[in-house]
Design a protein. Structure first.
Length: 201
């Protein structure tokens, strides 16, 4: 089984980066100018696959995530106005804006031989699928955005921005999950066995 593609989202310089790897060789070399994301690629792999997840910080989110954090903050601090007396009850409040998620997708090519097939079998979404690839995604995302919004309202310091609040409380509200993905990426299923990734790598 060989790693054939890496997709990294919202990590440092890499807001949405996809890299195809040469599966015929044994070495991959990253080439590019300064600030093109070479170090961010290696750091993302280390952060998700080797280092304790507690080492991730608010500074690991790409700059593009700041707008999403700000939208979440604005929505939490300015909730929809309640209906006036005598009017019909207000409709269900709109959902909170989506919060950024750090993610690493790893696509593997496999042979339909014993060892490869046994491991791939645990990651296939559809046994009828003729594909010879499996994809695993590791996500670091909000466990419960509604609870996070309530905690921010309750615990924040005066004038503390949401990003600054999250910098201190990130690991109270974000968690790591692993998923297997369908070939087109439209479906995801949580992996109960976290050790499967170590067997892949």
């Amino acid at each position: 089984m060989k790693l054939s593609e890496i997709v990294i989202k919202n990590f440092r310089l890499l807001q949405d980066a996809r890299m195809r790897l040469d599966t015929t060789g044994i070495t991959t070399i990253l080439v590019g100018p300064n600030n093109s994301g070479k170090t961010s690629t290696i750091e993302a792999m280390l952060a998700f696959l080797q280092r304790p997840i507690k080492q991730l910080s608010i500074n690991d989110f790409s700059l593009g995530c700041r707008d999403a954090f700000k939208k979440f903050e604005t929505r939490v601090l300015t909730p929809p106005a309640a209906a006036d007396a005598g009017e019909a009850l207000a409709a269900e409040p709109p959902p909170l804006p989506a919060l950024p998620v750090l993610s690493l997708q790893l696509k593997f090519d496999y042979d339909d031989t014993g060892p490869d097939l046994a491991l791939a079998g645990e990651l296939l979404m559809d046994l009828e699928d003729a594909s010879t690839t499996v994809t695993v995604e590791i996500r670091f995302g909000p466990a419960n955005p509604q609870q996070l919004a309530q905690a921010y309202l309750k615990d924040r310091d005066d004038d503390q921005s949401f990003a600054d609040y999250l910098a201190v409380t990130l690991h109270d509200h974000y968690k790591l999950d692993q998923f297997k993905l369908s070939p087109d990426g439209s479906q995801a299923e949580r992996l109960p066995d976290r050790g499967i990734l170590q067997r892949l790598i």
